[in-house]
Design a protein around this ligand. Structure first.
Ligand SMILES: NC(=O)c1ccc[n+]([C@@H]2O[C@H](COP(=O)([O-])OP(=O)(O)OC[C@H]3O[C@@H](n4cnc5c(N)ncnc54)[C@H](O)[C@@H]3O)[C@@H](O)[C@H]2O)c1
Length: 307
């Protein structure tokens, strides 16, 4: 069994990632500053201590290199040696802390995670970049729609700039050590099942989701993408856009693009609501295929509540 450290395993995407990896037989260690918000309630609801064990964090502040190095090496009797790293810990969006603070925390923690992995010979690294490097909130329209990984990055915030610095660090670390693999997943906006309650409003007011081309990622599909990236037999630095298969609205893409991005070259997909954050590269190179979707999820939950 491979041992994987998941930094930020107490967070939204991190909790889904820990579950996904445990369910696929990995020995998982969560490294985070805080406990998962739902840990006590899950315990109170009868989940066994043993099944919750991987969620109990080794508490470390990854802005500190010593703490990062130690947490990736060995923690007393809990574990000794780590085979792979999933680095998700970060301030997760622009606007939550002052700009220089998000830049400092997100670049420093990413540097420390990559450098500690390299020092310890951990050569399988997957980390959370972000859709924001693509030019969100698209006040300047993208060069074409759908957007893909071939387009030049256009960070428009300190948060996005820090993610792009992470992508560049990954390239340079892999140049230093060609046997290293560092896969950056440019996640769209992460959603848990309860978040789908907001989707009918998005559908009624599509202008409110123009900022990320109406994209989203179900946390469980994001977690599957992480596992597939860990298992991919690649070396070097790669980035992949990770979104769900369809947009957050029912209005056809052709109408959205004509109204909100007039004049931008648009390539129509097979489905009128196909994601405008292209996942073709992840499909082709990782075998990624999203399994969840907001319409099915809302249909299922309204079915459940009417039973
Ligand atoms: N949420 C989104 O919509 C979204 C979209 C694209 C990318 N991402 C990226 O995905 C990753 C996970 O996002 P999330 O939504 O789960 O965020 P989250 O805030 O729910 O989880 C992030 C976790 O990182 C931990 N953390 C932050 N700084 C730390 C530090 N210095 N040391 C140790 N732990 C630290 C936090 O305690 C938290 O548990 C982040 O890198 C984020 O930038 C998120």
């Amino acid at each position: 069994m491979s041992r994987v450290v998941v930094t930020g395993g107490s967070g939204k995407l991190g909790r889904a990632c820990v579950s996904e990896l445990v369910n696929h037989g990995y020995d998982v260690v969560n490294v985070d500053r805080v406990f998962p918000a739902d840990l006590l309630s899950r315990f109170a609801n009868g989940e066994s201590e043993e099944s919750l064990e991987p969620f109990f964090p080794v508490r470390a502040d990854l802005e500190d290199f010593g703490e990062t190095l130690e947490a990736l090496a060995q923690v007393d009797q809990r574990y000794n040696g780590v085979d792979a790293l999933v680095h998700l810990a970060a301030i997760p969006a622009p606007g939550l802390v002052p700009n220089h603070v998000v830049f400092r925390i997100n670049t420093m923690t990413t540097y420390n995670a990559f450098a500690a992995a390299r020092r310890l010979g951990i050569r399988n690294v997957v980390w959370a970049s972000s859709e924001t490097v693509l030019g969100l909130p698209f006040d300047t329209p993208p060069p074409a729609i759908p957007v893909d990984e071939d387009m030049a990055p256009k960070p428009e915030s300190a948060y996005a700039l820090a993610k792009l610095m992470g992508e560049e660090m990954a390239r340079q670390f892999c140049r230093w050590d060609p046997a290293l693999k560092i896969i950056g997943l440019r996640f769209s906006n992460v959603m848990e099942p309860q978040d789908y309650r907001a989707f009918p409003r998005f559908d009624a007011e599509p202008e409110t989701r123009k900022w990320n081309l109406w994209g989203y990622i179900d946390a469980r599909d994001g977690a599957t993408a992480i596992r597939l990236a860990l298992e991919a037999p690649l070396t070097g630095a790669e980035v992949f856009i990770i979104a769900n298969a369809e947009t957050v609205v029912t209005r056809p893409n052709r109408e959205l693009v004509a109204k909100f991005f007039p004049g931008v070259p648009y390539r129509e997909g097979a489905d009128p609501n196909e994601t405008l954050l292209s996942i073709a590269k992840a499909r082709q190179m990782l075998g990624y295929e999203p399994m969840h979707g907001w319409r099915r999820e809302l249909g299922e939950s309204s079915e459940r509540s009417s039973r």
